[in-house]
Write a protein of this length. Structure first.
Length: 250
């Protein structure tokens, strides 16, 4: 009973944290859009209002220095993507824990990644948000800028994981209609035993993972922006084995 109560408390805390993170993420998205639009119009007063000017140690940033940084950042955007109109989208939020302090997200902060696209090239910028005030602490460019890939080829190739997904679902249906004992074990084998796996990124191309299991019917998709777009597929060993066993059983 004691462990059940502990589990319920942990689950409740997890749900509260997830809801708070989701609500903050919506605020970050709105703040990011407001900041970039103000930056494009050189409305630096609005940009300043969206910045966290005082850090945790009580030190206050100089607004005049920030205005210079805004000019520099706007110049970088124009240099990277040209003077013509560009699109941008907030592709993901992240909190990272690592044994390397430089890789970990600072306490009570969230990293937001913005993808810029001018039709020919795409790139990524990072904003660091304060979780308490929901304001921007830091802005920096990442070393990510590539030519825009052929998305038609990417989505056409997604027929491969779709075929694996349909195959695994077909095998599960055949197992359900059979007289095999302990069917739940067979279901788990089909759902989980998909290895080795391939990943095709819209930007990075195809990579092979020898010992990487692709769970959940053998496929995975990520469609956050262009650079983050990728699909993964595992060889359906569990499905292939049990469809073979079913043929022999019949």
């Amino acid at each position: 009973m004691k462990y059940l109560k502990i589990g319920i408390v942990l689950l409740a805390l997890s749900l509260i944290t997830s809801c708070r993170f989701f609500n903050n993420a919506k605020t970050y998205e709105s703040t990011t859009e407001s900041f970039i639009e103000a930056l494009k119009q050189e409305d630096f007063d609005t940009c300043l209002s969206l910045m966290q000017l005082e850090n945790g140690e009580g030190q206050r940033l100089d607004p005049d220095n920030l205005r210079v940084e805004f000019i520099h950042f706007k110049g970088m955007l124009n240099e990277h993507f040209g003077e013509k109109p560009y699109e941008y989208v907030l592709v993901k939020w992240a909190k990272t824990l690592s044994t390397n302090p430089e890789e970990s997200t600072p306490t009570n902060t969230t990293r937001a990644f913005v993808e810029f696209n001018n039709g020919d090239e795409v790139g990524v910028f990072q904003l660091l948000f304060d979780d308490t005030s929901n304001k921007i602490l830091d802005i920096r460019t990442l070393d990510v800028k590539v030519n825009k890939p052929n998305l038609l080829l990417f989505w056409f190739s997604a027929l491969i994981p779709l075929a694996v997904l349909l195959f695994n679902m077909y095998v599960i249906r055949e197992i359900k209609r059979s007289n095999l004992p302990k069917k739940w074990l067979k279901y788990l084998a089909v759902i989980l035993l998909n290895v080795p796996s391939f990943t095709y990124s819209a930007v990075g191309g195809v990579t092979f993972h020898l010992l990487y299991f692709q769970f959940l019917f053998g496929v995975g998709f990520s469609g956050q922006g262009i650079i983050e777009s990728a699909w993964s597929v595992g060889i359906p060993l569990g499905g292939l084995y049990w469809i073979w066993k079913l043929k022999r059983w019949k």
